[in-house]
Design a protein around this ligand. Structure first.
Ligand SMILES: Cc1ncc(COP(=O)(O)O)c(C=O)c1O
Length: 233
């Protein structure tokens, strides 16, 4: 795995490299991994690999910030966007155009917690020459490894479960695609988008308890679901 140090003040700060290596391992096998601050910059980085005229398919209940970024900012720049129920693969196939370059999936999604098969959607994307980007913020790398299921790129907001203490903003991108990887590698340096040492330290602290916290989230959610499924109302 090639971890690139992102830069806030200088390249090669020890926390920067440390956070990248741990996130890379958490992603299980990406060839390249970068941290951004905040995740909207991680999202922006991938969207800028597209060109005006390209078409992006987005889940119909994607996080509002991603929807607004695509439609209001990148829409003005010339990207065309279709929102589709990504659980319905036939609807995805019908939405694909010659110019479709990217499918952007959240699974589970925010807000409706829809769960989509990453491997099935990656097959549809790849059949048509599009890449599949997965926002894995809700599942975290502890529960789901999109790159092993056929995704080309994974983005996380590390502000949430990964950070775990509501005291740090961050984003993380990982890919197996060396061409995209090389392109993104220069971005933190060029755009001064790296993560500061304190934020990297806080993220590393959060990662140490990610497993136990996610196990507890799952058992709590399961107890509530069991209670509600047998409730009279
Ligand atoms: C699925 C998902 N992705 C990305 C984000 C944005 O993350 P950040 O606040 O770190 O920019 C959110 C925020 O709620 C989210 O729910």
């Amino acid at each position: 795995m090639g971890v690139r140090d992102s830069v806030t003040t200088r390249a090669g700060q020890s926390h920067e490299g440390g956070a990248g290596i741990v996130f890379g391992r958490a992603g299980r096998g990406p060839s390249s991994a970068w941290r951004f601050r905040p995740v909207s910059r991680a999202r922006t980085r991938w969207l800028r690999s597209l060109s005006p005229g390209d078409h992006v398919i987005l889940g119909d209940d994607a996080y509002g910030g991603t929807y607004r970024l695509l439609t209001r900012i990148f829409g003005n720049w010339g990207l065309t966007i279709s929102t589709v129920d990504l659980e319905d693969l036939d609807a995805v196939r019908s939405a694909i155009r010659e110019s479709s370059k990217m499918i952007w999936l959240e699974t589970p999604s925010n807000p409706l917690l829809k769960v989509v098969s990453i491997s099935a959607l990656s097959e549809v994307a790849h059949e048509h020459g599009a890449m599949l980007v997965v926002d894995n913020t809700f599942a975290t790398p502890y529960l789901q490894r999109p790159l092993t299921l056929g995704a080309d790129v994974v983005v996380h907001s590390t502000t949430k479960y990964v950070g775990g203490h509501s005291d740090v903003l961050g984003g993380f991108v990982a890919t197996n695609n060396d061409v995209f990887g090389r392109d993104v590698a220069i971005s933190p340096v060029r755009d001064r988008r790296g993560t500061g040492s304190l934020d990297c330290y806080l993220l590393l602290r959060g990662l140490k308890t990610l497993g136990v916290r996610m196990d507890r989230h799952c058992s709590n959610a399961s107890a509530i679901a069991t209670f509600l499924s047998s409730h009279a109302r």
